[in-house]
Unconditional design. Structure first.
Length: 400
C-alpha cells in the first residue's frame, strides 16, 4: 500500500512503559510522540476553571483547572468567554469561573496555557467558540480552497466559527456536513451543561495522543496503520469504525514472534538518534542542535566535507542539504517557539535566496505551522513553530 505508515506500539525499560506513535515515510522517521501508558495528556481538555489572580503587568490571568494547578491565560485573547460564575465586574477578575481549554502543555518552568476559544476538532472541521468566522486550511492550494468555499454552505454564526481542515479536500460534502452537525451538537451540549458543573470539573477529555495522531494526519498521505498490541488494536479499530470508517482498511495487526514491530522499523535506534545533539548529513556536513530555555540554536558545519574548488557553490550545496535536514529535525524533535539556524556563510545574494526558498518549501511538509521568518544582517535564519506539545526530549526524559 502506498503512502506513509503510522506505527503505534508500546516501548519501555526500567519498569516504565509508554505508547509511541511514529510516522514513517518508507523507513524514514518523520514524527514521533510518546505518552505514558494509561495516563493521557491534559492537552485539549476542557475545564471549568477558576481565576486565581490577575497579573496586570503581564496582561494575563492565572486560571486554576484543579486545586493548586494554575494555567497561564493571556487577557489579550479575551473575547466572548463562557462564564459559569461571574463576579460583578465588566472585566475578568479573581474568583470568576470560566470554561477554558488547555492549548499548550507545561514545559520546564512554564505552566500549561489555556484559552477561552474552545476548539472542537474533527477529521474535516474545527468548531471555534470565539473566532466566529469560516476559515480554510492554508495548506490547501487556491483551487481546493475555492472549491470547498463554494461547496460548503457555512455562514458566519453568532455562536461559533468553523475552520475547514486539510482532510476535507478528499472528502464528500455530505461527509463534511455530517461532521459539522455532530460538532455543532457537541458544542451546544457542552454549553448547556457547563453552568451546572462546579469549578475544576473536566467537561471534555481529549483523545489519547495516538488517536490524535491518527485523526490529525493528512489522510491523503496515510497508507497504513500498524500495531502489535492487542489492546491498542481494539481501541484503534473501535475509533475508526465510529469516526473514520473510510480508513478501517488501513489498519493491520502485526504479529511475528521472531521480530517485534519496533525492531522491524528500528524504532528505538531512531529515537536515540533523534535525541542526539549532533546530526550527520550525507555530504559529510553536520548539524549541532542545542535547545535553551528561550530558543533553539542550530549550527550548520561543513564537517568532513571539503571543497578544493568553487567554495561558494560547495557551501551552497551543504546549506541546501542542511535546510532539508533542519526542517526534518524540527518536526521529528517537536521543536517549537523561536529557532535560530546559523548556516555556513555565503556571499552571493542569489544563493541566500535559494537557501530561504528551499527552507520554506521543506517547512511546508510539517503538520504543525512553521515558517522561516527571514535572514538577519548577521546571516542568521529565524524560524518559528507553533507550541503545543512538549518537545520529544522532554517526553522521552519523563517516560524512558
Amino acid at each position: 500500500m502506498m503512502g506513509n505508515t503510522l506505527l503505534i506500539t508500546k516501548l519501555g525499560k526500567n519498569g516504565k512503559s509508554c505508547i509511541a506513535s511514529a510516522l514513517f515515510q518508507d523507513k524514514k522517521l518523520l514524527e514521533i510522540s510518546l505518552e505514558a501508558a494509561g495516563a493521557g495528556s491534559i492537552l485539549g481538555n476542557i475545564y471549568v476553571g477558576r481565576v486565581k489572580n490577575i497579573v496586570k503587568n503581564l496582561n494575563a490571568a492565572f486560571i486554576e483547572i484543579a486545586p493548586g494547578k494554575p494555567c497561564y491565560y493571556s487577557l489579550e485573547d479575551l473575547k466572548q468567554p463562557l462564564y459559569t460564575k461571574k463576579i460583578n465586574s465588566p472585566r475578568m477578575v479573581q474568583g470568576d469561573e470560566v470554561v477554558v481549554q488547555v492549548v499548550q502543555e507545561s514545559s520546564k518552568s512554564k505552566p500549561p496555557k489555556v484559552s477561552t476559544n474552545l476548539n472542537l476538532t474533527g477529521k474535516y472541521l474545527v468548531l471555534t467558540s470565539e473566532n466566529r468566522a469560516m476559515g480554510i486550511s492554508k495548506k490547501l492550494d487556491a483551487e481546493a480552497r475555492e472549491r470547498l468555499r463554494r461547496a460548503l454552505p457555512f455562514e458566519p454564526s453568532g455562536e461559533f466559527g468553523v475552520i475547514v481542515r486539510t482532510n476535507a479536500a478528499a472528502a464528500g460534502t455530505e461527509e463534511i456536513l455530517a461532521e459539522y452537525r455532530k460538532l455543532e451538537q457537541e458544542y451546544f451540549s457542552l454549553k448547556e451543561k457547563a453552568p451546572r458543573r462546579t469549578a475544576f470539573s473536566c467537561l471534555k477529555e481529549s483523545l489519547p495522543e495516538y488517536l490524535h495522531a491518527l485523526r490529525d494526519m493528512d489522510q491523503r498521505q496515510l497508507g497504513e496503520i500498524l500495531t502489535d498490541d492487542r489492546a491498542l488494536y481494539g481501541q484503534l479499530s473501535g475509533y475508526l469504525k465510529e469516526f473514520q470508517p473510510e480508513d478501517c482498511g488501513k489498519l493491520s495487526f502485526y504479529e511475528d514472534p521472531l521480530l517485534s514491530l519496533g525492531s522491524l522499523y528500528g524504532l528505538e535506534a531512531k529515537l536515540k538518534e533523534a535525541l542526539r545533539e549532533r546530526v550527520w548529513m550525507k555530504s559529510g556536513g553536520y548539524l549541532v542542535i542545542q535547545p535553551t530555555e528561550a530558543l533553539t540554536v542550530i549550527d550548520v558545519n561543513s564537517g568532513k566535507s571539503i571543497a578544493k574548488k568553487k567554495v561558494e557553490e560547495h557551501h551552497l550545496k551543504i546549506n541546501l542539504e542542511a535546510a532539508e535536514e533542519i526542517a526534518h529535525q524540527i518536526r521529528l524533535r517537536n521543536l517549537s517557539g523561536i529557532i535560530i539556524a546559523d548556516f555556513i556563510d555565503m556571499k552571493d545574494a542569489k544563493h541566500k535566496e535559494m537557501l530561504m526558498q528551499s527552507l520554506r518549501s521543506a517547512l511546508r511538509a510539517d503538520s504543525v505551522p512553521a515558517q522561516a521568518v527571514g535572514m538577519t544582517k548577521l546571516d542568521l535564519v529565524e524560524i518559528t513553530r507553533k507550541k503545543a506539545k512538549k518537545p520529544l526530549a522532554e517526553q522521552a526524559k519523563a517516560l524512558l
